[in-house]
Design a binder for this molecule. Sequence first.
Ligand SMILES: [Zn+2]
Length: 310
Amino acid sequence: MSSFPVAHKPLHTPPLQEVAEVLQTALKAKFANAEVTVVDCPDLTKPPYGLEAAGLCGSPRLADVGGVPYLMPMVQKDKLYDVKDLAVAVGLPSAFVVGAGAGPHPYVGVNSEMMANIKTGDSTTNGSRVAKINAAGSYELQKLPQSETRCALMLNMFASEGRPGKVLRVSAKKRTGDTNLVTCMREALKAHYGEKPVGLGGTFRLVEGKAKCHVMPEFSSVPLTCDAEVNEWLRFFDMPAPMVFLSTLISSDPDLDLRVEHSHGYGSDCGGHYHYDTTPETVEYEGYYNIAEFIYRIDRPKETHSVGRN
Ligand SMILES: [Zn+2]
């Protein structure tokens, strides 16, 4: 069990119905069709989601682990975390964890994007994937073995007991605005709740259309010091639906040096970090989110910067 500094703060937790109304109003301004309702979470272990636990309920919380400063300007390869330890650190030894981070380079062999999807506890199950740049220079999706529950450098995760219960169902089709789905939701919460932080985590699907996603290549041998250098280093692709994304967002940062939104997803043979869809006319999203009660900050970098957080 590794040790790392852990801090946490309570989040503002308005009723689900109120948040649904705030999100629906905002999404209707950016999509031709949008609906946000409070529903019983469908069984997320079943298709089309196929995740490691049935629901997003029971002690819901967000954690921001490590951060981009461990990746750049130069990588710190000793920054490795086991999701089982992270679950203990957020007070949920038996947790359902979904989230976006960097894959375990000692196992994968190179740097990669990680789509974390793990149920910890007595019988840990691991449905996590990683996406890497292969020797041919294209993206390659890989399922991690059950026993490989580590991530590297950074992870934005949503943890809960994985129980069924009431959640937000988000549906949006045909984008008319210029922000992506997650940014639209985050900015709506920020506009409504101001400095009171509201955090959401869960999953959404790209049902139709294509998404611009990046995949990190092998660690840079030269320092990455600004967003232009980062964007030159990253590899960008249009990836086709259907894709399942694991997603976190928080409306404001209560002085914890947070990444305020982060979503990674995968399809049958693609995967990466979500930027936005490139098919506004045909795009279709469906998602399920719950409201987090706490934000945990784990192994916060002492030296920080704002490069590479998009
Ligand atoms: Zn990412």
